[in-house]
Design a protein around this ligand. Structure first.
Ligand code: ZN
Length: 343
């Protein structure tokens, strides 16, 4: 056998030996046997000097090729054995069991579900709409004139800002655009609630968050009156805060409604006697409401001589904070498990 043939036979020898390897320890031994400083391949390199000079080049080349093959196969084997070893670990029956982590609903989701249930019980259907809105749906259609301060940069997150503000895209500042979208495509009777996220350019503090959740309600039909509004709102707050709850309507101004009123409920902490939370008044401010402005109805093609409607809005965080005794709105958005796990 020539030297080259002899060296070539090493390939087969290595393959046979490698096929018997079953663990990482044996693999390491095989590596030392072949690639170690005194290993088979080094020894062969040492034989270069016995070879006639004209054959050395071919011999060296072959030996290098074998060295590469051996080295690559050792790496492959290591990967395979490593994976098997890992599998074995997973099957170790003495290891303690892994506990499932049980997730929960976000407190705002709990409140939202409760609110939706109450209104569904009164025949309202849930409607949703996009969070990125046009200034038309967010302001114009809601009777908010172009000079209104709510349209200001300091209150609204604009997504673009062309010269004419009423043509802009923005993050909706309330869920009212949903009401417009529904009235555009559906004829009365309309009885909907629109829950969802809204955005305002507020600096975060204990009572402000640039993102928060709202529910708005809208009822449009023939002969709908302010009395229906008061009855519905009272029924809702009694369902959410308890049967002793009373409501109070204070005159206010909103572009979307006329007349408009702020809704207060009996302070849930002192039951109306007056305490620190209600600033001794016995009442808590909850949200806005009113009779839908005829301009808004006409704008979506509903005859305001035939139909009337009312609308109201309330903040989910406000209700959650009162019900759960949370004193900082930011806690709902920081996603700290120590807070969330309490619900
Ligand atoms: Zn109070």
């Amino acid at each position: 056998m020539s030297l080259i043939e002899e060296v070539n036979s090493l390939k087969e020898k290595f393959k046979t030996e490698a096929s018997d390897i079953r663990d990482l320890k044996a693999l390491e031994q095989l590596r030392v046997d072949y690639l170690g400083r005194k290993g088979i391949i080094s020894t062969q390199f040492d034989r270069m000097r016995e070879i006639p000079p004209e054959e050395r080049r071919a011999f060296g080349k072959t030996l290098n090729e074998i060295k590469n093959i051996v080295s690559n196969q050792l790496d492959e084997l290591k990967k395979t054995l490593g994976a098997i070893g890992h599998k074995k670990e997973l099957l170790d029956h003495t290891l303690p069991g892994r506990k499932d982590f049980i997730g929960g609903l976000h407190p705002l989701t709990y409140i939202m579900d409760e609110i939706i249930d109450i209104f569904r019980g009164m025949g309202f259907v849930v409607e949703t709409g996009p969070e990125a809105e046009t200034a038309y749906y967010n302001f114009d259609a809601l009777n908010t004139p172009f000079w209104h301060p709510a349209r200001d940069l300091t209150d609204t997150f604009y997504l673009d800002l062309p010269a004419e503000k009423h043509k802009s895209w923005l993050l909706r500042t309330e869920t009212s655009p949903v009401q417009i979208r529904v009235m555009e495509r559906q004829k009365p009777p309309i009885r909907i609630i629109a829950p969802g996220r809204v955005y305002r350019n507020d600096k975060p503090d204990a009572s402000h968050s640039p993102i928060f959740m709202q529910v708005e309600g809208l009822y449009v039909d023939k002969g709908v009156t302010m009395a229906d509004l008061k009855g519905t709102v009272l029924t809702f707050y009694r369902a959410i805060f308890g049967p002793d709850t009373e409501t109070r309507f204070r005159p206010h101004f909103f572009p979307f409604t006329e007349p408009s009123a702020e809704v207060d409920v009996t302070c849930i902490f002192c039951k109306g006697k007056g305490c620190r939370v209600c600033k001794k008044s016995g009442w808590l401010e909850m949200g806005g409401s009113g009779m839908v402005d005829p301009n808004v109805l006409e704008g979506v093609g509903i005859d305001s001589e035939v139909y009337t409607g009312w609308a109201f809005g309330l903040g989910i965080e406000r209700i959650a904070m009162l019900k759960y005794g949370v004193d900082d709105i930011r806690l709902f958005y920081e996603n700290d498990l120590r807070f969330l796990e309490q619900f």
